[in-house]
Each structure stands twice: as C-alpha cells, then as structure tokens.
Design a protein around this ligand. Structure first.
Ligand SMILES: *[C@@H]1O[C@H](CO)[C@@H](O)[C@H](O)[C@H]1NC(C)=O
Length: 274
C-alpha cells in the first residue's frame, strides 16, 4: 500500500517536471533575419519568444563573435554592463517592460558602419535555451563629389574629383565636353577614415585648353537606395569662367548678326531688278 502511494507520488513528480520543462520550452522568432539601416540612425533587432512567455527571469545575451563579450547581457533581472564590448557601451538596450511578453528585441542607437554583420541572440531560462541569428546591414549614403584643380611636380595640370564618407568603393566616370568617356586616363585612390568610411579621390591629367569635365560617382551594386553624385568643372586656361561665357555669347551674337546680314543682302540682291 505504502509502495503504491510512493509510486504514485513519483509518477506525479515526473509529470510535474515534464510539465515545467514543457511550459518553459520556447523558440526565438524574428520577423526578419536581415535588418537594413543607414549609418547614424537607430535600429531595433527584432526577436521574441514563441510562445510569448515572460522572459524577465531569463538570461538574454546579444553577442557577435564572442559569447563572453556581448553587445548586451541581461541576467538576474538586470542589464549587466561587465564584459560588454566597449564600442556598444551606452548604445544598446532591451525593452524591460516588453520582456514580460517575451519581446527580447535589441535596440541599438547611432549605428556605425562597424556595427554591420551577424548578431546572435541567446536566451536561457535555466531549463531550456535557444539561439537565433539576425544580420544587420548598414548602408551609407555618401557625400556629393567635388572637383578641384591642381598640378603635379612636373607642372602637369590635373583635376581631382573627391568624395567623403562612402560605404563601398564607387564607380567613377569622367567625361569631357563632347561626352567622351575619359575615365581610362584617370586613377583612383581610396582610404578609410576613423569611422571606417571611404574617402575616394580620382585624379585626371588635363590639357591646357578649354574643356568641360564631369565626374560621376555611383554605387557599384544597384540597390533600392541606389546612390550617385555628379559634379561638373569648366576648365578655361588663363581666363576666368565668366569671361569665357561672355566671349562665347559675344561670338554667338556676332555669328547670328553676320548670318542675318548675309541673308538680308541675299534677299535684297534677289529683289534688285536685272
Ligand atoms: C518589441 O518591442 C519593441 C519596442 O517597444 C517594439 O518596437 C516591437 O514591435 C516589439 N516586438 C514585438 C514582436 O512585439
């Protein structure tokens, strides 16, 4: 009789444990495995538990390459700043009131180019743990290019088309006054600034004669926010730009006047009786 009771108790206990483990079982779900953001903006890496159980007592760890130096660690009902990657200090948080509904989304402020890449979200309830991946893509809208004139040591005049803060190497195209692609005569250099963004410079040697150059820089990969920048430079050796415009208009004016005069003479000639 006693043994029977013990056995019942044991079965009940087993069922209870199974019930606990079963109810604590969860998955991590995310509406998107890739999130796109522009540098400088804030972003939420969305993730929540399914079923939507209370995660306030769980460990929530958002990390990148190293499990032990996370971008954010929530443990024992609080965010733990120790071992956090230095560059994420003060920029990451969870939504504490949302944890109640199993919402473990990570908020990341003032996104930098270096934040781009894979994020892992690890959640541990003590009895069950799960992990999920989200990729953050950081897009950069680069500045507008500008052209400046200079000369090399051997007195060769050259134009430099420069742009700052591009995320990827742009395609550079130079054209002259006649629309001819002269890019092959140019050379490109690039360097990274301290934010990890590119400073691109394309240099083209030019002849000492009037010409108009355009420099077009654009993203290599067509994307939804396909980006480009165009700038134009009028080169007129020895004379300032306004006087070129003045002389060109005067020339045009003289040409038109001469043409009219010629036409008028011809008409008069035609009307003169023989
Ligand atoms: C989680 O919380 C954040 C912040 O309140 C919210 O923007 C997001 O939509 C929530 N996600 C879910 C799945 O409820």
């Amino acid at each position: 009789m006693m043994a029977q009771k013990r056995w019942n108790c044991f079965v009940f206990f087993l069922l209870h444990i199974k019930h606990v483990v079963w109810t604590q079982r969860f998955q991590i779900v995310s509406p998107s495995s890739t999130v796109l953001v522009h540098a400088g903006e804030d972003v939420i890496l969305p993730a929540s538990l399914s079923p939507a159980i209370n995660a306030q007592g769980f460990e929530v760890r958002w990390f990148r390459d190293s499990f032990n130096s996370p971008a954010l660690l929530y443990q024992d009902f609080q965010i733990v700043p120790e071992h956090q990657i230095h560059s994420y200090k003060g920029r990451t948080t969870l939504f504490p009131e949302e944890l109640l509904n199993g919402n473990i989304s990570l908020s990341l402020q003032d996104v930098r180019v270096s934040d781009g890449g894979l994020y892992r979200c690890f959640v541990d309830s003590g009895l069950w743990h799960e992990e999920a991946d989200i990729t953050l893509n950081v897009e950069v809208l680069g500045g507008q290019p500008s052209i400046s004139i200079g000369s090399t040591e051997d007195q060769q005049t050259r134009l430099e088309c420069k742009v700052d803060k591009w995320g990827t190497t742009p395609d550079v195209t130079w054209r002259d006054m006649n629309g001819v692609d002269v890019t092959s005569e140019s050379s490109v250099t690039e360097e990274r600034d301290n934010e990890g963004l590119l400073r691109v410079s394309s240099v083209i040697p030019i002849k000492q004669e009037f010409n108009v150059f355009s420099c077009l820089m654009r993203s290599k990969v067509p994307r939804p926010d396909w980006h480009s920048g165009l700038t134009i430079y009028i080169f007129s050796p020895g004379v300032p730009g306004w006087s070129v415009v003045f002389w060109l208009s005067l020339l045009l004016y003289v040409a038109v006047a001469a043409l009219l005069m010629f036409q008028w003479r011809r008409m008069r000639g035609a009307c003169r009786p023989c």
